[in-house]
Design a protein around this ligand. Structure first.
Ligand code: CMP
Length: 143
């Protein structure tokens, strides 16, 4: 079954949005198979966001994501990668429609509450960066 990596960023943790965000994905019918509250060091942040290394906002992005605890999650379900991206809304909250996580909770592109893998390759890579295989549970659930 398809898996994706979602991460509630430091602004979402600070603003007590963990529960609301988890509820949204639970109610959709996806299954949480791993979760971890953690503080990321710069090396891990730079590796995670490696594709943005040459962007002008790269340093700000790494500064922000390492500034406080994040809540990393692995969610499982049919078409979860694309559906989670749709539920998160556009990267820039100004363009994210109401009803999406960023549309409801975000204001600026830097502090946009949540990150989610954008492809199967990214999901595999990001899950591997933040979780050991033994952190991920295999269990059945009735929806
Ligand atoms: P995320 O989905 O985590 O992936 C890369 C992040 O870069 C993105 O969310 C934004 O938070 C951030 N980002 C994109 N554009 C900018 C920008 N112009 N300034 C600061 N951060 C940005």
């Amino acid at each position: 079954m398809e898996k994706t990596f979602l991460m509630i960023k430091p602004d979402g943790v600070q603003r007590n949005l963990i529960g609301d965000i988890i509820a949204k994905f639970e109610r959709k019918g996806f299954k949480l198979v791993g979760a971890k509250l953690m503080t990321i060091d710069r090396a891990l942040a730079e590796e995670h966001y490696g594709e943005h290394k040459e962007k002008p906002f790269f340093k700000d992005l790494v500064d922000f994501i390492t500034s406080g605890p994040v809540f990393g999650m692995v969610w499982e379900g049919e078409n979860v990668i694309l559906t989670a991206r749709q539920m998160m809304g556009a990267t820039n909250p100004k363009e994210a429609i109401p009803g999406t996580v960023r549309g409801d909770f975000g204001l600026t592109v830097g502090k946009n509450v949540i990150h989610g893998s954008d492809s199967k390759e990214s999901a595999d890579r990001e899950i591997g960066l933040f979780f050991d295989q033994t952190d991920l549970l295999n269990y059945s659930k009735d929806n």
